[in-house]
Design a protein around this ligand. Structure first.
Ligand SMILES: C[S@@+](CC[C@H](N)C(=O)[O-])C[C@H]1O[C@@H](n2cnc3c(N)ncnc32)[C@H](O)[C@@H]1O
Length: 389
């Protein structure tokens, strides 16, 4: 099998193999298009294409078609990995497909010129702009000379303040970071409040995404008044703020998050919600120790790309919440977690998918799971969940 970047289904192309994995599969880049798909468009960035910047690999595809392909990917992974047959629509976020990216990592080459890393490579592609980024955020950074070998972490917040940190390779795998622009506090707006958070901690990259996801999650959690909810992989507590309104001051919302900086931000920003508490630690370890405070009525989980996995899903299953809302940014890991939740007796009740990363292959899913009541879901095959996951 050959995965060809920069091509579209139905096209005839000449492709250059970039990675040969022996008997398994190859990766290749389409370098010449002989017969183009009607969905092919001219990329707005000259660096998009073979040998160019690795950031946005779908600029050559009509945006409507991008969303249709992403929907097909989610459907296919659910069918193949979780044995669930479900039709998916990928919803557009407000703001258009360009100028949305509020966080970028620039790299500086040996000559001191800033640009973007090439796809799956350390090579730096010099750039003069980035049409995907919020307008103006990288202007002035790309045209300057920098110390060779550093990287620049750039975030623009909801107040249009640009925050820049210089990252120098440090001892071990951790770079040392030095703030060179911004006041070190990014203001973000979502779920009806302003959040003052670390500019380079986790926050949704698309400016509309945090609000859209909080609304989607909150519409399905329906945590009972006085009830208990868990917000796992909770960051600064975006979803906890929604859950807190639902359970009221007589209820309890517990956020579990491994990054101490995000916990510190959340404890400060949600100090007006006494029903919210934070636990710093890895979800799998914290749940193994036991969270205390009674069984949850609702669990929200928003793990990183690799998903939650068997251990965490089993721990959630053992707590028997009535509803589980899963937020996921990798369709394959998500489908594996769907299969694991089914093993725990949960059925996929609702699913929405969002184009939170236009012009890239990434897609964000939000799913509601309810305890299966015997009616079952629309499984077509036995879930193909690997035992070690
Ligand atoms: C996709 S983000 C979601 C954050 C939050 N729900 C939000 O929307 O702002 C995933 C979060 O999980 C945290 N994380 C990653 N691995 C973790 C683990 N094993 N246990 C707890 N938190 C973890 C990361 O630090 C990050 O804040």
């Amino acid at each position: 099998m050959v995965f060809v970047r920069h091509a579209l289904p139905g096209e005839r192309v000449t492709a250059l193999v970039t990675e040969d994995n022996g008997g398994g599969y190859c990766r290749a880049d389409a370098v010449t298009v002989h017969s183009a798909s009607p969905d092919r468009v001219t990329p707005s960035c000259p660096l998009s294409g073979p040998g160019g910047c690795g950031g946005c690999d779908w600029q050559h595809v009509r945006p409507e078609r991008q969303r249709a392909i992403k929907a097909g990917v989610v459907e296919e992974q659910l069918r193949r990995i979780a044995g669930v047959d479900r039709s998916v629509v990928v919803e557009e976020l407000p703001g258009g497909v360009l100028g949305w990216r509020s966080r970028v990592r620039l790299a500086v080459d040996d000559a001191g010129v800033a640009g973007f890393r090439a796809h799956r490579s350390h090579r730096v592609v010099a750039a003069t702009g980035c049409p995907l980024s919020v307008p103006g955020m990288v202007d002035g950074l790309l045209g300057r000379r920098w110390r060779p070998g550093i990287e620049l972490d750039v975030t623009v917040d909801a107040n249009e303040q640009v925050h820049v940190s210089e990252l120098r390779p440090g001892r071990g795998s951790r770079p040392t970071s030095r703030r060179i622009a911004g006041d070190g506090v990014a203001v973000q707006r979502a779920a009806g409040r302003d959040w003052r958070v670390h500019p380079h901690g986790f926050w949704q990259v698309h400016p509309a995404a945090a609000d859209v996801l909080a609304e989607a999650v909150g519409s399905w959690t329906r945590a009972p008044r006085g009830g208990t909810a868990w917000d796992l992989y909770g960051g600064a507590g975006l979803f906890a703020s929604v859950l807190a309104e639902q359970v009221g001051t007589g209820g309890a919302v517990v956020v579990v998050e491994s990054a101490p900086r995000a916990v510190a931000d959340g404890e400060r920003e949600l100090a007006d919600l006494p029903q919210v508490s934070f636990v710093t630690g890895r979800v799998e370890r914290v749940l193994a120790r036991g969270l205390g405070g009674g069984a949850p009525d609702v669990v929200v989980l928003d793990p990183p790309r690799k998903g939650a996995g068997r251990e965490v899903i089993s721990q959630i299953g053992a707590a028997r919440p009535a509803r589980v809302v899963h937020v996921a940014c990798d369709p394959a890991a998500f489908a594996r977690d769907v299969g694991l939740l089914r093993e725990q007796g949960y059925r996929l009740a609702e699913l929405r998918a969002f184009d939170a990363f236009p012009m890239t292959h990434h897609v964000e899913c939000v799913a509601l799971f309810e305890q299966a009541d015997g009616n079952g879901d629309t499984a077509t095959t036995t879930p193909a969940v690997s035992p070690e996951e």
